[in-house]
Design a protein around this ligand. Sequence first.
Ligand SMILES: *Cc1c(COP(=O)(O)O)cnc(C)c1O
Length: 392
Amino acid sequence: MSLKSQNFETQAVRTQTEKTQFLEHSTPMYLTSGFVFEDSEEMRAAFAEEKDRNLYSRFSNPNTTEFVDKICKLEGAEDGYAFATGMAAVFSTFAALLDAGDHIVSARSVFGSTHSLFTKYFPKWNIETSYFPVNEVDKVESLIQPNTKIIYAESPTNPGVDVLDLELLGEIAKKHKLLLVIDNCFATPYLQNPIKFGADLVIHSATKLIDGQGRVLGGVTVGKKELIREIYLFSRNTGPALSPFNAWVLSKSLETLAVRVDRHCENALKLAEFLEEHPKVNWVKYPFLKSHPQYEVAKKQMKLGGNIVAFEVKNGVKGGKTFFDNIKMCSLSANLGDTRTIVTHPASTTHSKLAVEDKLAVGITDGMVRCSVGLEHIDDIIEDLEQALEQS
Ligand SMILES: *Cc1c(COP(=O)(O)O)cnc(C)c1O
């Protein structure tokens, strides 16, 4: 028995797909590659998909199903499929839905590996991508061609924390009968639900705030049933499935997503406000700072501002380098969305493969720092960044 309408936190805690065999309160781990059948008729029916049941863990597994069911509820989606990584989700979604000769319209600022898919790999199949600047969503229509199939964007973006108007993107996609695919990784389902604004599919790297503790990789795509069906068929043949172990970890992580993300956002806003006043900082970008160019849009579509703060240290490369070398507590790492605060230098690491003009086009300067604000006490986070800034 369950209540009629459940809130986000309740669904994240209470969604349990399988009845547990020994009345375990917590869903057990189903570490099995295959599943058995009573007789030949049951096996035939399963392969003919006449019955919804597990066959082989490349197709489905109780743990991955529970994780997907939760994300579907939290995103307001009909169906989904879970992947080994966020990039497996991004690649498989495109590969399942696009044909040779199709065209993508994408925001210019996307995750580094997604950018590599667009520029290095998809052209091999004659799939080309046109880009619109993140702060000019109204340019999208002028880029649409007869062979355009997908509009793609992240919001907030990595690493520039720009915010794109999802409602406007939804309207454009609907008007031109295109698929709108949103990478919702930075917001998590707790802060923003792109389907509400017209997205057909939503992708997450579960590696980030969904796990939230820097332990496992994972990815998921959720959305319209008929589209997920195509993605499922592609994936069950090509094998990017999430492992049951990682699915179990991620499903547990979702139970605490709301409380964790609340604190992440509270800390991030306090840090952003501190940095904005600091004389060694040129600029700060955080969606819920009034100075953010898309502050109004962020307020409209996000519950809170997220945990990523971008800022520029004065004195270019030298200032940036001195800042990083003087950090005492925070981690120098490329990951984000961990309990531990992480500082990254996008220009020399995650986005180093971009040409200088492409870096500048998405706001990556030599002194830019991306900070994934963690769950340490905010006073300690500020103290660490403050002493490193003093020396930069
Ligand atoms: C990390 C990330 C990905 C890729 O996820 P992995 O789990 O590392 O493969 C995709 N999109 C965004 C926005 C990300 O931050």
